[in-house]
Write a protein that binds this ligand. Structure first.
Ligand SMILES: Cc1ncc(COP(=O)(O)O)c(C=O)c1O
Length: 441
């Protein structure tokens, strides 16, 4: 018997709900999307089982944290082996496992036209800590204070990360300032319509009017996640980098959702546009559920940070980093990026078929295993339809599908499953969604 078996666990839904209601802070109460809460007991690959043993297909990947599959034996094995030997090692002592992971992550970065770009890594505990650090790094390197972010973005819950977040529902009082927002280049409902150029002009205009004229950088999710899977159109990322660099700033890619092969065509979402970021922020899929984040920066950009002490207690934790190394290994060995491209392409085609059939679906978009359908009341006016979205979302549960309501009006169903989703699953997902839409009619 393991010591864990000695601790009583009440697996009932009612018991868990009562404890959460009594002991969780109000700040965590809102984050329960289903009308009836759920307790998950087990996961394997792309599937989850609730406390009553019912099986679900997980199209949410526990909020994009599960990259290579739930409880993947290679990842769990690597972490358990490390935890049993030395669970934690503070960064003032040297440990080879985080050092190996730093090397392996740096090797995934672009080499640059002359093949001589050098990349370095600072591990954190989470994505928002990594965002905070990237903000400090950009300001330290450039000596400028003003940052640009995109409307409709999400960069995390810490005060600083919230200050970059462009959706009111995620912004709380007391955020630091010096962030100017530019319109996101949403090709379906963006304020400047489809295209890239007007959104790049908007960056220039914002630098000229809402900053001192000199900026520390721009943060861009290579594909906006919580914003409802908004892809950056061709030329946007590279064009944004050009304009921001002309004002003294850096280009910071937030790959917390779009990284680790999720978009199918590339390991990193920014690669779709050929841009070479100055700083890349990653988390979630990096640890397949183990808490880990990282800022990967060009060596010269990170250098000024040596002046001062910057310490994340659990950053470079060897157990989480052992999991991170295993994730990279599994991605490679199981060819999961290629799988994301193939299975994501097949799912996208089925979603487009559903769009033909169900008029509530205004838009279908995304790439790889980062997909979304957006619901509208009228295809001409494109008025968002959060009510139908909520109803389909609930009905999907009856079809044993877990996904998420996203976007500023919560009228988008976001699909970001573990990258091992299979072609067989695609049939089940498409049929389940079809049933969910049909049940509303
Ligand atoms: C794009 C993006 N950036 C940053 C974060 C913050 O990461 P974390 O929740 O690990 O702090 C998130 C989290 O959802 C995210 O989606």
């Amino acid at each position: 018997m393991t010591p864990l078996d000695d601790l009583p666990v009440d697996w009932t839904l009612s018991g868990t709900a009562a404890r959460r209601d009594t002991y969780y802070a109000a700040s965590q109460h809102k984050f329960v999307p289903f009308r009836e809460p759920m307790v998950f007991r087990r996961g394997q690959g792309q599937y989850l089982w609730d406390e009553a043993g019912r099986k679900y297909t997980d199209l949410l990947g526990m909020n994009v944290c599960i990259s290579v599959g739930h409880s993947h034996p290679t990842v769990v094995g690597a972490a358990m082996k490390q935890a049993a030997e030395l669970t934690h090692c503070t960064t003032m002592f040297y440990h080879p496992v985080p050092a190996h992971l730093a090397e392996e992550l740096a090797q995934t970065m672009p080499k640059g036209p002359d093949g001589d770009l050098e990349w370095v890594v600072h591990f954190t505990n989470s994505g928002s800590e990594a965002i905070d650090l990237a903000m400090v790094m950009a300001r330290s390197y450039t000596g400028n204070l003003d940052l640009l972010a995109l409307r409709n973005s999400y960069h995390g819950p810490t005060s600083a990360a919230q200050s970059l977040t462009g959706i009111a529902g995620f912004r709380h009082p007391g955020m630091p300032g010096n962030v100017a927002f530019v319109a996101e280049p949403n090709q379906y409902r963006g304020v400047f319509g489809p295209g890239t150029a007007p959104y790049l002009d908007e960056i220039e205009r914002t630098i000229a009017t809402a900053t001192t004229g000199r900026v520390a950088g721009i943060f861009v999710e290579s594909v906006q996640g919580y914003g409802g899977i908004i892809e950056m159109p061709p030329g946007y990322m590279s064009g944004a980098a050009e304009r921001v660099r002309a004002a003294g700033g850096l280009y910071i890619a937030d790959e917390v959702q779009s990284g680790f092969g999720r978009t199918g065509a590339h390991m990193w979402g920014f690669e779709a546009d050929g841009v070479i970021p100055d700083i890349v922020v990653m988390a979630k899929g990096i640890g397949n559920g183990f808490p880990l984040g990282a800022v990967v920066a060009q060596k010269r950009i990170a250098a000024p940070m040596a002046e001062k002490f910057m310490f994340h207690t659990y950053g470079a934790n060897p157990t989480a980093c052992a999991a991170g190394r295993a994730v990279l290994q599994v991605l490679r060995e199981e060819r999961l990026q290629e799988n994301a491209a193939a299975v994501g392409g097949a799912l996208l085609a089925r979603l487009r078929d559903l769009q033909q059939k169900h008029k509530a679906i205004g838009d279908v978009r995304g790439r790889g295993l980062m997909l979304a359908i957006e619901m509208v009341k009228d295809r001409k006016t494109r008025e968002p339809d959060p009510e139908t979205t909520a109803a389909v979302f609930e009905a999907c549960r009856d079809s044993a599908l877990i996904l998420s309501k996203s976007g500023p009006t919560r009228s988008t169903l976001r699909m970001v499953p573990p990258l091992c989703l299979s072609l067989d699953d695609v049939d089940q997902v498409a049929e389940g969604l079809d049933r969910a839409f049909s049940s509303l009619a």
